[in-house]
Design a protein around this ligand. Structure first.
Ligand SMILES: Nc1ncnc2c1ncn2[C@@H]1O[C@H](COP(=O)(O)OP(=O)(O)OP(=O)(O)O)[C@@H](O)[C@H]1O
Ligand SMILES: [Mg+2]
Length: 224
């Protein structure tokens, strides 16, 4: 359960999010809207990467202002740009990184990494330099690195933008299979059709909020 109460964010004297109040308890939630509308800023609020200038954000009753570290251990976050996510030299090391705080036995950690590599069809890239991969390969590694930690809530900021159609479908299927709460920001609306709820953000406000197909259709109508 995530709760935003009268949340505003101002960046360099511009209001980027404007008095947003919303409770999110559904299993799968999509967030859509124009470029620059505030979606990534909204996403970053959800795991305390940024805190509101006014109002508050609560995740499972923890306040992002006071409990950022604990919240980040529960909320997995996929950055829009995988270069902002990947920090380790090789793909396998990147996947291992997220598991370190879990203090697993060495063999269990290796098994989890191996399974994640397989699930994301990345086994052949395990020892490759993560920074030299293609954009789509990096996006897969970044997502695998988040999912391997089995977060309680997963926030994905445009998880499929760099992927080919096969990998995009594969990744969205993996996301759909997760039992944890998932929040996906995307311009690829076809991936959201069976989501429980879709929020539309425009000019820093939630301007529509409802069942996926209806909300997406209404957003599309504003484009013509
Ligand atoms: N650190 C920052 N400093 C100043 N302005 C910022 C900062 N981060 C974002 N903004 C501005 O806030 C607005 C919302 O940005 P945000 O990245 O949340 O949009 P978005 O909806 O995710 O867009 P896109 O679909 O292009 O990813 C934009 O106008 C952006 O220029
Ligand atoms: Mg964005």
């Amino acid at each position: 359960m995530i709760e935003l109460d009268q949340v505003s964010i101002r960046l360099q004297d511009r209001i980027v999010l404007d008095d947003i109040s919303v409770s999110i308890s559904e299993h799968r939630i999509g967030v859509i809207g124009d470029n620059g509308s505030g979606k990534s800023t909204f996403a970053r609020l959800l795991n305390g990467l940024i805190v509101p200038d006014s109002g508050f954000v609560k995740v499972q009753d923890l306040d992002t202002r006071n409990d950022g570290k604990e919240i980040r251990s529960r909320v997995g976050f996929l950055f829009q740009n995988p270069d902002n996510q990947i920090v380790m030299p090789t793909v396998a090391e990147e996947l291992e990184l997220g598991l370190k705080p879990l203090k697993l036995k060495v063999a269990d950690r290796a098994r989890r990494v191996e399974e994640a590599l397989e699930r994301f069809s990345l086994t052949h890239l395990a020892d490759r330099s993560a920074h030299l991969l293609s954009g789509g390969e990096k996006q897969l590694v970044a997502l695998a690195g988040v999912m391997v930690t089995e977060p309680e809530i997963l926030v994905c900021d445009e998880p499929t933008t760099l992927l080919d159609r096969r990998n995009a479908t594969h990744v969205m299927r993996l996301i759909a299979e997760l039992s944890c709460q998932v929040i996906v920001i995307t311009h690829h609306f076809e991936h959201l059709h069976d989501f429980d709820r879709v929020l539309v953000i425009a000019n820093g406000k939630i301007t529509n909020d409802g069942p996926a197909k209806l909300t997406i259709r209404q957003y599309m109508e504003t484009l013509t």
